[in-house]
Design a protein around this ligand. Structure first.
Ligand code: BGC
Ligand code: BGC
Length: 578
């Protein structure tokens, strides 16, 4: 291999930034679709064609080395319209069911392979310590042991997906446990701005991007006991790539942290796969791009998610090498790790996926597993007077809240678009549809998003659904997690109209609910359930039992969150009524 070919392997480019013929000419090692990096039309067949076309270009390069195509399939193949969308990890954490998580990952792998994708930037094995963090929902919970066990299960599921090559060897989807390390341990207000990367990580809403990508101000003992264990388990489960965190550890960026990347991860933990940077994460290191690139690669970065200006990246590595700042042995090591993973994935045998699986995308059997995951992720927080389960034979039921009939809100971020979208963004079942399909034919189901029911008379049951708006990453950093005044008013309005009031909460984390606690007979934490809200109706009406348990302690008020004191929460970690 020439130097240029080796550096090509270390380069990861966002699909929309590729100029014609660049993959073949430069021997690009990897291409990704970021959040919302979708083809038009956004359907399974067009996805498969888009990825196939890029892969075919790689095969036309001088050496014909296949590339790795990566996406963030963090709760199903979630960029793809019509795919099966599972609960976000926080909900899977509530199930505490490793076997279920393994099956979820197996289905995700099959839907990915159908579209020729063989890499997902998942699972997030973050261990969030402060729920104000906008990425809390991407984590399985606050307990390192829970995160370790479910993260490993996810990685096993990507491998045990039942898909094989012609010679019957297994086809694996590559995992990237992320974000190494302590992304969930940053301090509120510690995030930085990068004047030389304009337009990114800024928000119109004050108070966003405060914590995500910030600084984990913790000692090494905490780093090792809280944030590192999931990586040990992930490596034992066969993880062959790890994504690095934007965040810093005591002021030092992990993207340039030689001790963490090379000594701890590759040395002590024996990780022999490759390390990949995060989106523009290397650019953040220094305004002088060549300097930034030298720091990252010398720290142990093997592949760089550039993701836009790949020619500049390749030139920077070559210049750094020419100036004696990056050794050939470091470049060879990075390249060898990447090629060895491609070989272990079987890409030299068959660089594509398996398009015969296309009919499985969003199929009924896949959705049945998503529905099971939703059932098992529901956490019953309150059930006064045995309000639940509800009888399907009630005469009148009032349903309120926008989220009760909005697929986008129930899926949250990382769904079709990076931040998710409200409305009918993809195919699925809303709670309104699920309830209507569950009650008896004689039950009248009234739905008013704002809860202003004009018809007189009280209902036997009212169900109010409140939700966080969809968000991703630092856009979801929030210093106040209280229900809004409108939401409190909505609950009170419906309270006045029904005998039994059930509150269902769609959120990526616990919210502050003290103001409505006494108004509700039953309260259910639904997390971000994904496309199959029938799983919620199943537990509300007793078709399935409540078994979910809190993956995060549920605080009483914001003071408790902000002070991070050990005071008694409203509901402790592991809580969940049966
Ligand atoms: C996120 C990663 C993600 C990457 C690619 C970044 O902004 O931090 O989790 O894998 O984008 O979409
Ligand atoms: C991309 C995401 C990425 C983010 C990083 C977005 O434009 O769609 O994939 O994670 O930028 O800031």
């Amino acid at each position: 291999m020439t130097l240029a070919e080796k550096v090509g392997q270390m380069t990861q480019v966002e699909v929309g930034s590729l100029s014609d013929g660049a993959v073949g000419a430069l021997g690009i090692g990897s291409v990704l679709s970021g959040g919302g990096g979708n083809p038009t039309p956004n359907d399974p067949k067009t996805w498969a064609q888009m990825v196939r076309r890029v892969q075919e270009q790689a095969l036309l390069s001088r050496l014909g080395i296949p590339l790795l195509y990566g996406v963030d399939a963090v709760h199903g193949h979630n960029n793809l319209r019509g795919a099966t969308i599972f609960p976000h990890n926080v909900g899977l954490g509530a199930t505490r069911d490793a076997n279920l998580v393994e099956r979820v990952a197996g289905i995700t792998a099959r839907e990915l392979l159908a579209t020729n994708v063989h890499w997902t930037f998942a699972p997030a094995v973050s261990v969030p310590q402060d729920i104000r963090w906008g990425r809390t929902y991407e984590a399985y919970g606050q307990d390192p042991a829970l995160v370790s066990s479910l993260g490993a299960a996810f990685i096993r599921g990507l491998r045990n997906n039942g898909v094989g090559f012609a010679d019957r060897r297994r086809r694996t989807v590559l995992a990237s446990p992320k974000h190494f390390v302590a992304d969930g341990g940053t301090t509120w207000g510690s995030a930085s701005a990068y004047s030389w990367i304009p337009g990114l990580w800024q928000s119109d809403v004050p108070g966003r991007w405060q914590m995500d990508q910030g600084d984990a101000e913790v000692d090494e003992e905490i780093l090792r006991s809280v944030h590192l264990p999931p990586y040990r388990s992930a490596i034992a489960a066969g993880a062959l790539s790890v994504m690095v965190s934007y965040s810093s550890w005591n002021g030092e960026k992990v993207h340039a942290h030689r001790y963490l990347l090379t000594e701890v991860l590759k040395g002590e933990l024996g990780f022999d796969g490759f390390v990949v940077s995060d989106w523009l994460g290397v650019s953040q290191l220094h305004p002088d791009f060549e300097e930034a690139v030298c720091r990252a690669i010398n720290a142990g970065m093997d592949m760089v998610m550039v993701p836009f200006d790949y020619r500049r990246f390749i030139a920077a590595v070559e210049a750094g090498h020419g100036a004696g700042r990056i050794s050939l042995s470091r470049i060879d090591d990075a390249c060898r790790r990447i090629l060895s993973v491609k070989s272990r994935l079987g890409l030299f045998t068959d660089p594509f996926g398996d398009e015969t699986l296309l009919p499985e995308v969003g199929s009924t059997p896949h959705r049945a597993v998503a529905r099971e995951a939703v059932q098992k992720s529901q956490v019953l927080l309150k059930n006064a007077g045995d309000a639940l389960p509800l009888s399907p034979h009630i005469a009148r039921l009032m349903l309120a809240g926008d989220a009760a009939d909005d697929i986008g809100l129930q899926c949250g971020g990382w769904t079709i678009e990076w931040h998710g979208v409200r409305g009918a963004s993809t195919v699925g079942t809303t709670l309104l549809q699920a309830v209507a399909a569950t009650v008896s034919p004689t039950t009248s189901v009234l739905y008013k998003p704002n809860g202003e029911f004009s018809e007189g008379g009280a209902a036997d049951v009212g169900i109010v659904v409140v939700s966080e708006p969809p968000y991703a990453e630092g856009e979801g950093d929030r210093d106040d997690l209280s229900l809004s005044a409108d939401e409190v008013a909505l609950v009170r309005r419906v309270r006045g109209r029904c005998k039994i009031l059930v509150l269902v909460i769609y959120s990526g984390r616990p919210l502050i609910i003290g103001e409505v606690l006494d108004s509700c007979d039953a309260i259910v934490a639904s997390w971000l359930p994904g496309t199959e809200a029938a799983g919620i109706a199943d537990v509300l009406f007793g078709k399935a039992r409540f078994t979910g348990r809190l993956p995060l302690a549920w605080p009483r008020d914001m003071e408790q969150v902000r002070s991070r004191a050990d005071g008694r929460p409203l509901f402790p970690l592991g809580y969940g009524l049966r």
